[in-house]
Design a protein around this ligand. Structure first.
Ligand SMILES: Nc1ncnc2c1ncn2[C@@H]1O[C@H](COP(=O)(O)OP(=O)(O)OP(=O)(O)O)[C@@H](O)[C@H]1O
Length: 377
């Protein structure tokens, strides 16, 4: 039996195993520039999710990292080894990079076992017995029964297929795993379960992971770092908490979730808007701004200073989105200004659908800080 010793890589060592450094990648198809200078650092063993509107260049970035396409400018460095830069070029199969596509892309004519064995470096393992043992080990790693090895891809479920695809990619012992919409074809329940398994396997193996997804919730829950792509550039790269609560601009805020946008006036660390005076996250903006709050920051509270009447409700089971028309009649002493006016409609979230009948007056308070964006963004 071979024993492998894993050392925790130095987070600041540019050559640490599994550290990915993408710098200034530019890529065009015909006259269309799809990537316009993408720079991204991924720590060893961490997970980065790339999100962004359709056509923004997410898959193209992944394909450049994998070595399926060449960039016009920029570089890709993995574990301190230059994979692409100028004339330097390491072909895809020598990069130490695993790739799992949306549909798994299993070979339909091969069994599950043969699909996985395809990824195994046979000369190193010497022989069919060792290959079979490795296949069984990989199946176990992705929580699949060894008996599935004899089946063909069409004889297993979509979630199982994705896990086989992951096992096949893991067989090459990659330093970096690229997951391209790998869970999006699965239905909601299976998607969550498969994502959990995959996340655990990759974390346990300490493999650096970059995931492209359309699903914001998936990005926020799966990743250590979220990169928001727009028009071929990364608009923001930050922790999930940071990108959600401190988006750099309105488009990023609205892309990552529902946002309540209000006209406001900034004075110091407070803003005044139709909800009264609201505490602001640190900002350089002054005067007129657009204020952003997440709907869940506006709480129903019988002693709250803000009043609104329910206009309508969207019921989602555990939560409802409730649209309210703000009414005047704030509590005495609550700040108002020329911008503070009744009649404005806002959306909030609430877990109790019974309080949200149309026409009900609710009292509200704001929790946490609002974000200020320029008025014309
Ligand atoms: N091989 C190609 N030839 C020509 N154009 C391409 C090619 N690959 C991608 N494109 C174009 O590049 C742009 C970005 O595509 P890409 O697939 O990277 O976007 P994406 O953000 O992954 O989109 P989606 O979320 O819809 O998958 C699109 O306009 C697409 O049509």
């Amino acid at each position: 039996m071979t024993t492998t010793t894993t050392t925790i890589p130095d987070q600041h060592d540019p050559g640490a195993r599994g550290r990915l450094e993408v710098d200034g990648l530019v890529k065009s198809f015909g006259s269309q520039q799809v990537l316009r200078g993408v720079t991204l650092s991924v720590d060893p063993g961490s997970t980065t999710a790339i999100v962004g509107p359709s056509g923004s260049g997410k898959t193209t970035l992944l394909r450049l990292i994998a070595g399926f396409e060449r960039a016009e400018a920029g570089s890709v460095v993995l574990s301190g080894r230059t994979l692409a830069a100028g004339d330097a070029w390491v072909p895809a199969h020598h990069r130490g990079v695993g790739y799992v596509a949306q549909d798994g892309a299993l070979f339909p004519h091969l069994t599950v076992g043969q699909n996985i064995a395809f990824g195994i470096d046979t000369p190193r393992l010497q022989g069919r017995k060792a290959t079979r043992a490795k296949v069984a080990e990989l199946l176990e790693m992705v929580s699949l029964d060894a008996a599935l090895a004899a089946r063909r891809p069409h004889e297993i479920s979509g979630g199982q297929q994705q896990r086989v695809a992951l096992a096949r990619a893991l067989a090459r012992e990659p330093e970096l795993m690229l997951l391209d919409e790998s869970f999006s074809a699965l239905d909601a329940g299976l998607r969550v379960a498969t994502r959990r398994t995959v996340s655990r396997v990759l974390q346990d193996a300490g493999i650096t992971t970059v995931l492209v997804t359309h699903d914001q919730a998936e990005a926020l829950s799966f990743a250590d770092q979220v990169a928001v792509m727009r028009d071929g550039l990364l608009a923001q790269v930050d922790s999930p908490l940071e990108v959600y609560t401190r988006p750099v601009d309105r488009a990023t805020a609205e892309f990552l979730g529902d946002a309540v946008m209000l006209e406001a006036w900034v004075d110091g660390d407070m803003a005044t808007c139709s909800l009264g005076a609201v505490r602001l996250a640190p900002t350089a903006h002054r005067g007129r701004v657009q204020l952003m709050l997440r709907p869940e920051q506006i709480r129903v509270d019988e002693h709250g200073p803000i009043r609104g009447v329910v206009v309508d409700t969207d019921y989602f089971g555990p939560e409802s989105t409730v649209r309210l028309e703000l009414t005047s009649g704030r509590e005495p002493g609550c700040e108002t200004s020329a911008l503070a006016r009744s009649g404005e409609i806002i959306s909030i979230r609430h877990s109790n659908a019974f309080i949200a009948a149309r026409g009900t007056e609710l009292r509200l308070r704001i929790e946490g800080e609002a974000i200020a964006f320029p008025p014309d963004a």
